[in-house]
Design a protein around this ligand. Structure first.
Ligand code: BGC
Ligand code: CA
Length: 291
């Protein structure tokens, strides 16, 4: 257990997911959102009241982001859609990709300028048939190919660096990012996580610029020094399939961690729940999309 941290506890009264993913905290409303990719739901949880709600959006809702008009940008199987958070109705389709039946969208984030960066994956989790895309008012364009399981995305505070995870590589790739253009500007380096159990999945970044990476199958979240890639802290969870994390709470010092159930049903335990723990480090809030 990392120093100075509380123990992760199950977020009480929050729904359990089959493949819980992509938590985000919306400070304006004090609501946590996440998706259940295999349960076809976008879940929300108002922290002050503990009231949870779910909307059915699918198939395969893999990522949810706030839009600056109060609606939600959601990636589903092969589309990016704008959704009304009150009833889950689709306002419009923002983009469609044509990668065939074997692929689907996975994790996404909005960049500092409000563009959506979203990746795809091979649902068989074997072949590098996925890509990373950028969507803005000019449309959708591919910024990276040959990805197998596109996952965590985060930017440095000044937006000049983008951290990115293709899970089977078991590393975080550090790209130079052109905020003006919305483009990757070459690889700066890698954070090799292959000595840790599981594969890197979702990611957030704290206010000191340290990425936090969930290890799917590793039952933990790592805090990484961005200068040298050293793992400086880790939080262990009683659930093995930790998928992603985000900071929230009134002071942005609560870490929320989503988990998945073991789809081969080999283990039993509190998997599929959202966990929370209090930290002495402040997080960052996700950028809103502007569509
Ligand atoms: C994907 C899962 C995959 C996991 C680990 C998740 O983001 O949605 O299908 O098993 O990453 O790579
Ligand atoms: Ca993920």
């Amino acid at each position: 257990m990392a120093s100075g941290l509380s123990k992760p506890v199950i977020l009480s009264n929050a729904p359990r997911s089959i493949l819980g993913e992509g938590p985000i905290w919306l400070p304006d409303t004090g609501v946590l959102y996440w998706v259940d990719i295999l349960g076809d739901r976008v879940h929300s949880y108002r922290l002050s009241s503990g009231v949870a709600e779910s909307i059915k959006v699918g198939p395969y809702p893999s990522c949810v982001m706030p839009n600056d008009d109060g609606n939600l940008v959601v990636t589903v199987k092969d589309r990016v859609i704008l959704v009304n958070p009150r009833d889950g109705s689709v306002i419009r389709t923002l983009a469609t990709v044509n990668e065939g039946a074997g692929n689907r969208f996975n994790d996404c984030k909005c960049d500092p300028m409000g563009r959506l960066v979203a990746g795809t994956m091979d649902m068989g989790e074997r072949n590098p048939t996925g890509s990373l895309y950028i969507l803005d008012s000019a449309g959708l364009r591919k910024i990276l190919g040959s990805v197998t399981i596109s996952n965590g995305i985060a930017w440095s505070g000044d937006g000049s660096v983008m951290y990115y995870i293709d899970s089977p590589t078991r590393r975080v790739t550090v790209f130079k990012y052109s905020k003006g253009e919305g483009a990757l500007d070459g690889v700066i380096g890698y954070f090799d996580l292959s000595s840790f159990p599981g594969v890197p999945d979702g990611m957030t970044i704290d206010s000191e610029g340290y990425p936090w990476v969930a290890l799917y199958g590793g039952g933990r979240v790592l805090r990484i020094n961005p200068v040298n890639g050293n793992v400086v802290d880790q939080v262990e969870l009683p659930a093995q399939f930790t998928t992603s994390c985000t900071f929230g709470g009134v002071d942005l010092k609560t870490l929320f961690i989503t988990t998945a159930t073991d789809r081969s049903r080999q283990t039993s335990g509190p998997d599929g729940y959202v966990f929370s723990l209090n930290l002495n480090i402040k997080g960052t809030v996700v950028n809103k999309c502007r569509f």
